[in-house]
Write a protein that binds this ligand. Structure first.
Ligand code: NAG
Ligand code: NAG
Ligand code: NAG
Length: 443
């Protein structure tokens, strides 16, 4: 424990001390706390409205606490504002006089030790100090501990009666549309041939790419957007739920061995199983590396997962426009232009350029409000670059870098680098330029 913490600190220190690759500060990614949910809560059948864009934007706004400036300012900014020539031409000129693209972008790799394994990837696998002890046991199939009313009829196994709270001790659990596996063991479930045939034969929905097939683990990552329990293993239905969910660019569909009753210590420790088809939604790509959740133990009941497939449409998705900005432009990697850089921040969660827009607006406003009385103006953000950072192929969050002038996609060539044994890569990099460029002389 102590050793790995020391190593982690050492790495963070090196990441902070190294001549920062401004297009990606590994330390900022490593240090950021995980969002409150990195996967579906245990025992829940549907989970929606997980991500709140308004609170993410508010967090980005309040993250601005200091004036930021770029090493090339004023001239660049006013030239950009004064000239009606396209940004590309102005930049071509700048590029000649600058060698920024050749700067080495790799951070010190002298540390060969692994960083402290982040607890976020494993925390959701730990049974959440499950089921509080309850002294009453009124659940007989017709009454619950949270309702004084009895069910009008005896509920069928695997259905709600309308009064049962599935979180009550031994409450009947909903859904369970899949086949009953016999014998009722985890081994038989994982070996059940139909599950594997189904996962392997299913169709890839139009616009999506199949990223992994028939694993025994579900995805866990910072880019979690929600869960739906389906009545069949239906990749099309899951893709439609993704298409209907803001920021969703990927999904994970899998078959889960779940308890028929809410497992409760001393009351129904190990109920018989039901089979659920689950569909989780993600604001990033989903790679096999992110499939790390093999299930968990609830009282004595063991939840296991199989037939887990991943699908992503990250390369076929144009992110939403941001108010006040031109349509986003795609880059192969992160923009690497330190001279025009006005700061960068990392926001754990799904890929959401609107968080960067809030940050950019706040930074410009802060610079303007705090300009020195002797200077003729302030440095505005005229463009931002928003990209998804992945650590060892697992989505971490949106990285935002601000620039005082628009830069074309030829500047966006930084693909990632190593920090210790962790490889940081870039997915979906887009730039947004202010529709009305600012020169920093307005009052
Ligand atoms: C869960 O979501 C699916 C898809 O939206 C829906 O069909 C189903 O009725 C929901 N189940 C419950 C128990 O709310
Ligand atoms: C997606 O949204 C459309 C339009 O709101 C709606 O008609 C459709 O039923 C939704 N599909 C799913 C799977 O929720
Ligand atoms: C997206 O494109 C990149 C670069 O060509 C490729 O490496 C990656 O596998 C693609 N991802 C998906 C989900 O299609």
């Amino acid at each position: 424990m102590r050793t790995s913490f020391a190593l982690f600190s050492a790495l963070a220190a090196i990441a902070a001390a190294a001549p920062a690759p401004q297009m990606l500060d590994f330390g900022a990614v490593l240090d950021a706390p995980a969002p409150s949910a990195t996967g579906p809560p245990v025992g829940v059948s549907n989970d929606t409205a997980v991500y709140n864009p308004a609170s993410a934007a508010a967090a980005a706004t309040s993250a601005v606490v200091a004036v930021e400036t770029a090493s090339v300012t004023g001239v660049a900014a006013s030239a950009a504002a004064a000239s009606s020539a396209p940004a590309k031409l102005r930049l071509a000129k700048r590029k000649d006089s600058s060698n920024e693209d050749s700067t080495s972008t790799s951070i010190s790799t002298s540390i060969s030790t692994s960083t402290a394994k982040s607890s976020k990837s494993s925390s959701s696998l730990i049974p959440s100090a499950t089921s509080t002890t309850v002294s009453i046991n009124t659940v007989s199939g017709t009454a619950t501990t949270s309702s004084t009313s009895a069910c009008p009829t005896v509920p069928e196994a695997g259905t709600y009666c309308g009064f049962i709270n599935p979180e009550d001790p031994c409450a009947i659990q909903p859904d369970g549309y899949g086949p009953k596996v016999t014998p009722d063991t985890t081994g038989a479930f994982l070996a059940y041939p139909d599950f594997h045939t189904t996962a392997k034969k299913t169709k890839t929905p139009k616009g999506y790419v199949n990223t992994f097939t028939d694993l025994n683990d579900a995805v866990n990552a910072n880019s979690y957007l929600g869960l739906h329990t389906l009545s069949t293993y239906d990749t099309l239905a899951c893709s439609q739920l993704c298409d209907n969910t803001t920021l969703c660019t990927a999904f994970n569909i899998y078959i889960e061995r779940d308890p028929s009753l809410n497992p409760t210590v001393g009351q129904c420790d190990n109920p018989s199983s039901i089979t659920n088809y689950k569909c989780t939604l993600w604001g990033s790509g989903v790679d096999a590396a992110a499939a790390v959740n093999a299930g968990q133990t609830r009282a004595s009941f063991v939840v296991v997962i199989t037939g887990s497939n991943g699908y992503a449409k990250t390369n076929n998705t144009i992110p939403a426009r941001c108010a006040g900005y031109e349509a986003p432009k795609k880059c192969a990697g992160a923009i690497n232009a330190p001279s025009y850089n006005l700061g960068a921040k990392f926001f754990p969660g799904p890929y959401d350029p609107s968080v960067c827009a809030a940050y950019a607006t706040a930074q410009t406003a802060y610079n303007k409000a705090h300009k020195s009385s002797s200077s003729s103006g302030y440095v505005p953000c005229n463009m931002f670059n928003a990209y998804m950072v992945k650590k060892n192929s697992i989505a971490q969050g949106t990285y935002c870098t601000l620039y005082d002038t628009p830069l074309d996609s030829s500047w966006g060539s930084y693909k990632g680098g190593w920090a210790g044994q962790d490889y940081f890569s870039i997915e979906t990099s887009w730039t947004y330029s202010l529709s009305e460029q600012k020169d920093g002389t307005d009052n």
